[in-house]
Design a protein around this ligand. Structure first.
Ligand SMILES: Cc1cc2nc3c(=O)[nH]c(=O)nc-3n(C[C@H](O)[C@H](O)[C@H](O)COP(=O)(O)OP(=O)(O)OC[C@H]3O[C@@H](n4cnc5c(N)ncnc54)[C@H](O)[C@@H]3O)c2cc1C
Length: 483
């Protein structure tokens, strides 16, 4: 479905309440204090809608949460997060809450470390050239990938087929896994091992053997489309310069409170109150009932399934696909060293070891007084159950293998975070499981990274889904005349 987007500006033009023009009465209840719920609440409050944000956990942030870790200065994120230059909706969100300057724009995140002396980096192109040309020339790094001569014709042909599929996706892509499709276009194993498989995993947080080819091509297509419509920095990496709490959460709460919104934590939505296919309100875990002008469920599919088990939602066939959505894990070891690791880029993608990504967290924050690195494994099925000590040991072995400076370093702290439900797992057929913001229940809307945005399980999908939900809520409020 293509949603008619309502930005705060055009919402005001089309008759939505203006900021400061809040009417008393029933609020819009937003359930879920992750990025999707926060963005929905913020954008509704921005145009004067009365909002109550309800989060089940004691802290806001959802899958972009930060917390204190014993013995360590400041907050630690639940895992390193990369913002891409084409994250238009997310960038609008940080603009709204005033934290856009807390992002650090970098070159595209393609830096492959194959050993202690070899970093195959996309250097962004010579700095004296215009940006678009620089990025185009920079892409020639692909030609420098160590692919045997005999595989090069097939690699070139496969890349040409990939580009053609991005321009015009074949119709049966959602029936295939990415691995099956890469075989079909003749991608040689050498190209897959050095680049394509990691690209799939990095973009989609799922193994090529499990993830839908459609999601892979569609993700590249969105980036390319946004690049071609004038965003030369579309593929660039954009790093948080502060913990995710300070980037996405704390300033949003201030924004909401300044506009009279209510924020409730540690008390989830337990059930919906429905009357004749119309939502009337919610009941919270502590028994409190809230009458609502509309309800937005900005919760992940597995939480929505639980709501379906408990109440009337489960009787609607419309929501049944949600039960089939599976999750995929990410595992991270944060390590604090007494000295720099010797990385050349803020994020480096390792080969032939357990750890896939090394993120220089302190470097992103511009800190020279500490040396904290986020060592991450996407689609971490292989390490999820090996135990903390074994995972830390494997992570240290990865650093030893790739960074000579690590041999001299003292490890000051480590902190392991396994997130079994980090993202959705977009397996073949996934396109049919996603639901739009509007539901068959009057006044009930959905938001979240898993809703029908066409995007992978990312912060951009969460913010994009929030925009779609806001647009639907505003037209519902205008038609119903109730807030
Ligand atoms: C370790 C890790 C690394 C990641 N890396 C990246 C990355 O590099 N780039 C990127 O773009 N994305 C990344 N992601 C994915 C990204 O974080 C998510 O896609 C996005 O944050 C999802 O936001 P959301 O609001 O849709 O869902 P969530 O963040 O899950 O928010 C849903 C909220 O709803 C709450 N909730 C559930 N049930 C109820 C209820 N009944 N009542 C009230 N509240 C309820 C939950 O507690 C939660 O706070 C990563 C995720 C993880 C975990």
């Amino acid at each position: 479905m293509t949603a008619q987007r309502t930005t705060p500006a055009n919402a005001r033009a089309s008759g939505a309440p203006a900021p400061g023009d809040r009417a008393p009465g029933r609020p819009v209840v937003v359930a879920g204090g992750g990025l999707a719920g926060l963005a929905t609440a913020v954008w509704l409050a921005e145009v004067g809608v009365s909002v109550t944000l309800v989060e089940k956990r004691g802290r806001l942030g959802g899958r972009t949460i930060s917390f204190p870790v014993a013995g360590v200065d400041g907050l630690v994120d639940n895992g390193p997060h990369l913002v891409a230059g084409f994250y238009d909706a997310l960038l609008r969100y940080v603009e709204t809450i005033g934290t856009r300057n807390d992002l650090l724009w970098d070159a595209p995140p393609f830096a492959i470390r194959t050993g202690p002396d070899t970093l195959l980096g996309f250097d962004g192109g010579p700095s004296w050239l215009p940006l678009t040309l620089r990025r185009t020339l920079g892409a020639l790094w692909l030609a420098r990938l160590p692919i045997p001569l005999r595989d090069r014709p097939a690699a070139l042909l496969a890349m040409a087929r990939l580009v053609r599929a991005i321009a015009k996706p074949p119709p049966d892509l959602d029936d295939l896994t990415a691995a099956a499709w890469l075989r079909r276009i003749g991608a040689p194993t050498s190209l897959r091992e050095i680049q394509l498989d990691q690209l799939v995993i990095g973009l989609l947080n799922e193994k090529p053997e499990r993830v839908s080819a459609s999601m892979f091509v569609q993700t590249l297509r969105v980036g390319a489309q946004r690049a071609l419509t004038g965003n030369a920095r579309s593929m660039d990496a954009v790093w948080p310069r502060v913990p995710l709490h300070d980037l996405f959460v704390g300033p949003a709460v201030t924004f909401l409170r300044e506009r009279g919104a209510t924020v409730i934590t540690g008390n989830g939505v337990e059930d919906l109150q429905l009357d004749d296919d119309t939502v009337r309100g919610v009941r919270l875990s502590d028994g409190t009932a809230i009458d609502a002008a509309a309800v937005v469920l900005a919760v992940p599919p597995w939480a929505l399934s639980r709501l379906m088990d408990r109440g009337p939602l489960g009787t609607y066939e419309h929501f049944a696909p949600v039960r089939k959505i599976e999750a995929a894990p990410i595992s991270t070891v944060y390590v604090w060293l007494d000295r720099p690791l010797g990385n050349l880029r803020l994020a480096e993608n390792l080969r032939d070891c357990t750890i896939e990504w090394v993120f220089d967290t302190s470097g992103m924050y511009g800190r020279t007084d500490e040396h904290c690195y986020g060592l991450a494994v996407s689609a971490s099925w292989d390490v999820l159950h090996i135990g903390h000590d074994a995972f830390v040991e494997a992570a240290m072995a990865s650093l030893r293998q790739h960074y000579p400076a690590f041999a001299e370093a003292t490890v000051l702290h480590t902190h392991v975070i396994h997130q079994p439900q980090a993202t959705f797992s977009a397996q073949p057929g996934f396109d049919d499981l996603r639901l739009p913001a509007r539901t068959p229940i009057e006044g009930l809307f959905l938001a979240g990274d898993w809703t029908a945005t066409g995007l992978p399980s990312t912060m951009e999908a969460a913010a994009d889904g929030a925009e779609r939900a806001v647009s639907e809520v505003l037209s519902h409020l205008r038609v119903g005349g109730s807030r």
